[in-house]
Write a new protein. Structure first.
Ligand code: FMN
Length: 200
């Protein structure tokens, strides 16, 4: 019979476990260990795409995007979202469900100001998720904003925002031999994290 030893460290605080796994993934993934799938739902239709985790702490997980994009419009109607990390080198997955809201302008400004100039121009130039009718539009927009902000600091576009995901549920999944995988579910109830093991 399979001797199953839990690989997941039990801790009352899922953020401690997240940090431990994330730090290991940062050492071993070839690229983008901070890539996470973000799923939104609009009119009962789910939609997923990858975004980058830019910071996190016990308040939640922050990503940045264009609020006029498909995901931005979806979130403004329904801020229930899901995140998913899959770290292939670690044979691990983390699933997060919760609500997301736009972060303060100060937080977004501070991150925007730390970005390379080309990315700042890109944020002004891309009408993310709108139809690009002619191939030159994007290049023309880039040129236009490069001229507009020549020799000037580039302000954050008002439609370019950070989003804080406050988790209600965090599930840690660790691959084990013969599909006897470890799954630990943390659910935030009455200001406390409840911990359950799940069948794989
Ligand atoms: C590795 C990777 C990282 C990405 N990071 C971001 C990001 O941080 N923010 C963002 O808006 N789009 C990011 N994208 C692009 C999105 O996946 C998506 O194409 C774009 O945001 C438009 O999505 P939407 O039309 O659903 O709004 C990334 C794509 C990949 C593959």
């Amino acid at each position: 019979m399979l001797k199953h030893k839990d690989l997941i460290d039990f801790t009352k605080n899922p953020f401690h476990l997240f940090n431990k796994w994330y730090d290991l993934a940062r050492e071993t993934e070839i690229n983008d260990p901070n890539a996470m799938t973000l799923s939104t739902v609009l009119n009962n239709q789910p939609s997923s795409r990858v975004v980058l985790l830019k910071s996190h702490d016990e308040n939640g997980f922050i990503f940045y995007t264009n609020s006029n994009s498909k995901k931005g419009r979806s979130i403004s109607e329904n801020n229930n979202i899901a995140l998913n990390f899959h770290w292939k080198t670690q044979n691990r997955q983390i699933r997060i469900e919760g609500q997301t809201n736009i972060v303060s302008p100060e937080i977004a400004d501070s991150y925007f100001n730390s970005r390379p100039r080309g990315s700042q121009i890109g944020a002004w130039s891309s009408n993310q998720s709108d139809e690009l009718v002619t191939g030159n539009e994007l290049i023309d927009n880039i040129k236009k904003f490069e001229i507009k902000y020549k020799n000037q600091e580039i302000p954050r576009p008002p439609h370019w925002n950070g989003y804080l995901v406050k988790p209600q549920l965090i599930e840690f999944w660790q691959e084990m031999p013969f599909r006897a995988h470890d799954r630990i579910l943390y659910t935030f109830i009455n200001n406390n994290w409840k911990i359950n093991k799940l069948y794989p």
